[in-house]
Design a protein around this ligand. Structure first.
Ligand SMILES: Cc1cc2nc3c(=O)[nH]c(=O)nc-3n(C[C@H](O)[C@H](O)[C@H](O)COP(=O)(O)OP(=O)(O)OC[C@H]3O[C@@H](n4cnc5c(N)ncnc54)[C@H](O)[C@@H]3O)c2cc1C
Length: 385
């Protein structure tokens, strides 16, 4: 389908597609098996200038936005959802700086991020603060020229590998969500260490790790926006990044479907390729249709996010919700097309199903996305009265 991409967007897509096919696909299973961070893949993406696709030209990027980010993420995810998220999570960690950073912070960090010299992570979640992020316990106490951070962040993508983190911590616990603030914390800051590295069901090339802050002194210049803005920084970041998770979901689903169509042509039962059975054909047709619908919603949501519209949370959540549910259904059905072989690790399809599941969970579970959508629907309805 023609999504009326610009010449530059087509170029970015083709470049990402080439890297996905030539470099990522042949090594996806190996990275998954070893649970190893794919630094050589990150270097290939940096060399192709793809880390800068969503960063303004004046800060060293190529001047695109969330759509360009989605296009690259989708292509990489077709080959490996795990390697793709190492790339996409760096954008998640960078959006707080793009959206709320001051010029000094942008000049200091964005060119390095755009060039792929530094990758980033975003740290909001804690052991007892998942969907209810306002329950976070990590504190940032102001002391002279510094903030002193104490606490532990859990399940941070790119944890231990990224060189720069945007971290949400409480500067005033009494104020609840309004007492949270956002900080830029560099990897080698004294008092900042890494805890447990998780072993996961899917996206196993990506690192998911604890960040531990023990009297970690962060210069006051690293506060993003103002004290008390942490929650808003996080929520606006999600508005920009959720279409990226949705694009990851579209890519994983497309990658799985491509394999399933090939397999269905080659697998013979009852003397015929299984692709000749209507039962299989209908599954393939439904999957292709669902993926196309998800892609259309994702691209539309990306355009809406960059349109300057005041409120984009509903559309961003819709894209994430729909695409990730499609991804889970499609990858499960693709395993079905492979039959028993689909269940075996000798075949690449089971990995797609494992990688799919996380898209329904992170950056807000799909229950939370439905909450966001319903909340906005009700608000809009009240506003009409
Ligand atoms: C692999 C991985 C990578 C991650 N990367 C990052 C990262 O880089 N940075 C970061 O900050 N976080 C990250 N996370 C955390 C992720 O965003 C959270 O796991 C997610 O927000 C859900 O929180 P939780 O796991 O604590 O689930 P919980 O909040 O405990 O939810 C458990 C269940 O209850 C449901 N539920 C909770 N509240 C409600 C409600 N109000 N209404 C209806 N249902 C509800 C949920 O939908 C879910 O089904 C990552 C998680 C994983 C697994």
């Amino acid at each position: 389908m023609d999504y009326q991409l610009t010449e530059e967007q087509v170029m970015i897509r083709d470049l990402a597609r080439q890297i996905a096919r030539e470099k990522i696909r042949p090594k996806a299973a190996e990275y998954d098996e070893k649970e190893e961070f794919p630094w050589d893949m990150m270097k290939a993406l940096a060399k192709a200038d793809l880390f800068g696709v969503y960063i303004e030209e004046k800060y060293g990027g190529t001047g695109g936005g969330v759509l360009e980010l989605a296009i690259v993420t989708e292509e990489l995810s077709c080959a490996c959802g795990g390697i793709a998220v190492c790339f996409a999570a760096s954008a998640l960690g960078t959006y707080p700086i793009i959206l709320f950073g001051n010029d000094e912070q942008k000049k200091k960090y964005l060119p390095l991020i755009a060039g792929g010299e530094k990758i980033t992570g975003f740290a909001l979640t804690e052991a007892s603060a998942g969907s209810d992020a306002s329950n976070m316990q990590t504190t940032a106490r102001k002391e002279g020229d510094h903030y002193v951070l104490n606490g532990t962040k859990q399940w941070i993508t790119n944890g231990g590998e990224a060189q720069v983190y945007t971290v949400i911590a409480m500067t005033d616990k009494n104020k609840g969500a309004r007492g949270a603030s956002a900080f830029i914390v560099e990897k080698d800051t004294p008092g900042f260490t890494f805890g447990k590295k998780e072993q996961k069901l899917g996206i196993r090339a990506s690192a998911t790790r604890e960040l531990v802050f023990t009297d970690c002194k962060v210069p006051k210049e690293n506060l993003i926006s103002r004290e008390g803005m942490g929650f808003i920084v996080a929520m606006k970041t999600f508005d920009a990044s959720r279409p990226g998770v949705a694009a990851q979901a579209v890519g994983i689903a497309q990658g799985a479907l491509d394999l399933a169509v090939d397999y269905a042509r080659q697998r013979f039962q009852f003397g015929k390729p299984i692709s000749s059975f209507q039962g299989i054909q209908f599954m393939l047709a439904d999957m292709a249709t669902q993926i196309e619908a998800a892609r259309a919603l994702v691209y539309a949501a990306c355009r809406h996010v960059t349109s300057g519209a005041k409120n984009v949370a509903k559309e961003s959540s819709m894209a994430k919700l729909f695409a990730s549910d499609v991804c889970m259904k499609v990858t499960t059905d693709c395993v079905q097309v492979f039959g028993g072989y689909g269940y075996m690790r000798d075949y690449p399809i089971e990995k797609f199903m494992r990688d799919a599941k996380i898209t329904q969970i992170y950056e807000g579970t799909n229950q939370i996305q439905r909450d966001v959508i319903a909340h906005h629907l009700i608000k809009e309805s009240l506003a009409k009265k």
